[in-house]
Design a protein around this ligand. Structure first.
Ligand code: BGP
Length: 466
């Protein structure tokens, strides 16, 4: 009889956001190192140079995670630690660092879920065109293979790429992530190459007969409308293609749906980046599971007028500036009935249940892992304690709805809070905190479990019937 694997209850981080140690050993520069050191681009003038100092404190972070009742840790590998220039020479020091992290996971009985790429492209690869250059997809597959070979004995849960959709949307459509472009044609090309890269990496994984499961992490949006008529339904369908199907279809089924091609052609997107043989590559690179980063819904309405323009509120200083118009597709709407965090993010826990049902109906019995779920806030440390009832309320709702879907038969294998401890929030800097553990950025030695950390431990016990 096959032993049932325990449900993964954990929390997540990403290399650039928590490691720091940006010059440690022979680490190369990533696009985020360059971006954060550029005065012109970095509006908040903060960097990930030290971040949560996880590079030096990983053991303590993993120990605290375990002591908080969690059994799994999702983290990412920095490409620039392992292959400092993106291609070519491998850094043994970089490999040794992640071996130490994996050894700490083993020591504390924590299952690692390893993301190979989480936004931090090596700068030399940006200099040859970044994700717009098809060669980067091959370079990624080579890098992934190095990871499978180096860490294959310790890792059973792999993720190729984190959020190709959101990353390329910010980098090439909103323009707030490096390389700060606003061009839907360039975005389509970069996104396609990222998906191709993931498929190529999965093929390498299969060829090596590596052990375990491999997936991709997607940040789909449960789509909602405030009215129900033909135009609103059409907007919802377009938003679903834009946010969801363009990633999940090729990743799970091996190719894009016809409706997506119709919309892309209507929008005059140049698809000449699709080459003969690619479809085969996608078909061979389908995943074993899909990771879902779930934060909020996308409430949409019909497109009315104006050019495509995507803005995401990322400073938190002026509330709710997010506005999205995708010409000919949809516009972002706003549900004023729903509670929000200071950055305008919705608190609508049932969306995880709706999303899981939508995904199951569309893709059948593929396993899902909730790879991120969490809420950013301006937490306050008072007398060594952080009271974060807003985080508890948010997570409690999401976990209950996720668990309900699981009990009703949807194959959910794990759930990870974003984030394990406070860390760098892309663009927002350090004021927006997501962690279960508070990090004192003035004195990294001081880490304080928040109320939500203790609450999560009890919640896990409750769900496990302990
Ligand atoms: C996800 C990313 C994470 C994390 C999180 C919160 O999209 O995978 O890296 O940052 O969002 O986002 P932010 O920090 O921008 O609020």
């Amino acid at each position: 009889m096959e032993l049932k694997e325990p449900f993964l209850w954990g929390s997540a981080t990403a290399a650039y956001q928590c490691e720091g140690g940006y010059r440690e050993d022979d680490k190369g520069e990533s696009i985020w190192d360059v971006f954060c050191h550029s005065e012109k681009n970095n509006i908040n003038a903060v960097t990930g140079d030290v971040a949560s100092d996880h590079y030096h404190r990983y053991e303590e972070d993993i120990r605290m995670l375990k002591e908080g009742g969690q059994n799994a840790y999702r983290f990412s590998l920095a490409w620039t630690r392992i292959i400092p220039k993106g291609t070519g020479k491998i850094s043994q020091a970089g490999i040794a660092f992640y071996k130490r992290v994996l050894a700490a996971c083993k020591k504390y009985g924590v299952t690692p879920l390893v993301t190979i790429y989480h936004y931090d492209l090596p700068q030399p690869l940006m200099e040859i065109g970044g994700w717009e250059n098809r060669e980067v997809a091959e370079a990624f597959a080579d890098y992934a293979q190095v990871c499978f070979e180096a860490f294959g004995d310790e890792v059973r849960h792999w993720v190729t790429i984190n959020e190709p959709d959101y990353d390329t949307m910010c980098a090439y459509a909103v323009g707030n992530y490096p390389p700060n472009v606003t061009d839907m044609n360039r975005r389509a090309k970069a996104l396609y190459h990222m998906l191709l890269a993931s498929a190529k990496a999965v093929s390498r994984f299969r060829k090596l007969q590596a052990k375990g499961m491999i997936g991709l992490v997607h940040a789909p949006y449960p789509i909602a409308t405030l009215q129900d008529d033909l135009a609103y339904r059409e907007a919802a369908k377009n938003a679903d293609l834009f946010y969801n199907r363009c990633i999940a279809d090729p990743t799970i089924t091996g190719w894009f749906c016809d409706d997506l091609f119709v919309k892309l052609k209507e929008s005059n997107i140049d698809l000449s980046f699709i080459k003969e043989g690619d479809k085969q590559c996608f078909m061979e690179g389908t995943v074993d599971f899909l990771g879902l980063n779930v934060y909020e819904r996308a409430v949409v309405k019909p497109y009315t007028s104006g050019e495509t323009c995507l803005k995401i509120n990322n400073t938190g200083k002026s509330k709710d500036k997010t506005s999205i118009i995708v010409k000919g597709w949809f516009e972002l709407d706003k549900d004023s009935e729903v509670k929000r965090n200071p950055w305008g993010m919705e608190v609508y826990p049932k969306c995880i249940y709706d999303l899981l049902y939508m995904m199951k109906e569309r893709y059948g019995d593929i396993p899902f892992i909730i790879t991120e779920n969490g809420i950013g806030y301006y937490d306050k440390l008072e007398n060594g304690q952080v009271h974060d009832p807003y985080r508890i309320e948010y997570l409690d709702g999401f976990i209950d709805w996720m668990w309900k879907a699981k009990e009703e038969g949807i194959d959910v294998r794990g759930y990870f809070v974003w984030s394990t401890m406070d860390l760098y929030s892309w663009i927002n800097g350090y004021e927006k905190r997501y962690g279960l553990v508070y990090v004192d950025y003035e004195d990294h030695e001081k880490r304080y479990p928040k109320d939500s950390y203790y609450w999560y431990q009890k919640k896990i016990d409750e769900k496990e019937g302990k």
